[in-house]
Design a protein around this ligand. Structure first.
Ligand SMILES: [Zn+2]
Length: 358
């Protein structure tokens, strides 16, 4: 059975309502101003002060202070170096932790779940994506195995697949298990970490939903708070840490447990086995060295590859250029750039697999 692999970036969750990296801080500031994140307002304020302090450094270097991923990387690096303007080591520690809180709350408040016709629904775009996965797996003339790799921390994909009856399998340990591989390379809002051994412990969506959805039976959208469940789960006999396991793109691998390495390994395996790869809403930022290595090593034997399509609304040519530079001769022959958004891409891809040539 042929394998189809989707690689989804922030552009995919944009259509669900999540901010892109470059507008993330504006959205966070807006949420702070409107009182939407009241329980964690002091964490937001601390992060904005930290960013202001970085302006001092900015005059001497090229830090991109509007991009949340660049800020995350800068704060993590400050922690490693124990250097940050006007802060000691414990204050830097707090800054990194507050930044994670800001990322988590901004994302979890940007889209939620609603009741409709006696069922729960996540964002429409991810329901449509889950339909596409079902189509490829069960209904297309040549049935396909499907794997999904994502850089997004949010739960849009998890909800879409889960509500369609497709169990996402995170592959956090080497046991294969059932379900659609959902490989979250940078972590996830519902992944807790053991405070003792560092093992990543995913909280099932049913657990997250039960507690939240019982409270509201209206049609109003409600937001999920997966990290609120961490204290109810234990590992090594202790409660999980309060922070979710999310990794900045310029990762310091010693900080993260081997369970995330299992995810990366599985992702490389999916790329190696792929017949068709669709990259949607991921612009291959120059800072994301990790993906370059993953792709180069994962796709080392490209013989199976029939399609490598990059789907992105970018019309400037820069995303297209970056991918062309990434690909080796085997993949470039199979490469296409489609300038369109996620919803348009779902229709186009569905059509591809309508016939037995798909
Ligand atoms: Zn443990």
């Amino acid at each position: 059975m042929g394998k189809v692999v989707f690689i989804l970036g922030a552009g995919a969750s944009k259509e669900a309502g999540a901010p892109l990296m470059g507008e993330f801080l504006d959205v966070a500031a807006q949420m702070l101003a409107t009182g939407a994140v009241e329980p964690v307002a002091s964490a937001f304020t601390n992060v904005f002060r930290g960013i202001s302090a970085l302006q001092v450094v900015h005059s001497k270097s090229q830090l991109d202070l509007v991009n949340i991923e660049a800020i995350f990387s800068a704060f993590e690096m400050a922690r490693t170096l124990e250097r940050f303007p006007g802060r000691d080591a414990s204050e830097i520690e707090k800054l990194v932790s507050d930044l994670k809180t800001l990322i988590v709350w901004t994302l979890q408040n940007s889209f939620g779940v609603r009741h409709r016709e006696n069922r729960l629904h996540g964002p429409d775009i991810y329901s449509r994506f889950a339909d596409l996965v079902l189509h490829l797996r069960d209904r297309s003339p040549l049935r396909k195995d499907v794997g999904v790799i994502t850089f997004n921390y949010d739960l849009g994909l998890d909800l879409g697949l889960g509500f369609a009856g497709l169990k996402p399998n995170y592959h956090l340990d080497s046991n294969d298990g059932q379900g659609i591989p959902l490989l979250k390379l940078h972590g996830s809002l519902n992944w807790g970490a053991c405070a003792k051994c560092g093992q990543i412990v995913p909280i099932g969506l049913a657990d997250v939903l039960n507690r939240n959805s019982l409270l509201r039976m209206s049609t109003e959208e409600f937001f999920l708070n997966p990290s609120g469940e961490f204290q109810r789960h234990t590992h090594c006999g202790v409660q999980l840490s309060q922070e979710p396991a999310i990794v900045p793109p310029t990762w310091n691998k010693e900080d993260y447990h081997r369970s995330i390495a299992a995810v990366w390994r599985r992702a490389a395996g999916e790329l190696a086995a792929a017949e068709d790869i669709f990259v949607i809403g991921y612009s291959l930022p120059r800072t994301d060295e990790f993906f370059r290595y993953l792709f180069a090593l994962g796709s080392a034997g490209d013989s199976l590859l029939r399609r490598f399509w990059v789907i992105n609304p970018d019309a400037s040519g820069s995303v297209n250029d970056r991918f062309q530079t990434l690909l080796g001769p085997g993949a470039i022959a199979r490469y296409q750039y489609l300038q369109m958004n996620f919803s348009q891409a779902i229709g186009v891809i569905q059509n591809l697999y309508r016939t037995s040539e798909g």
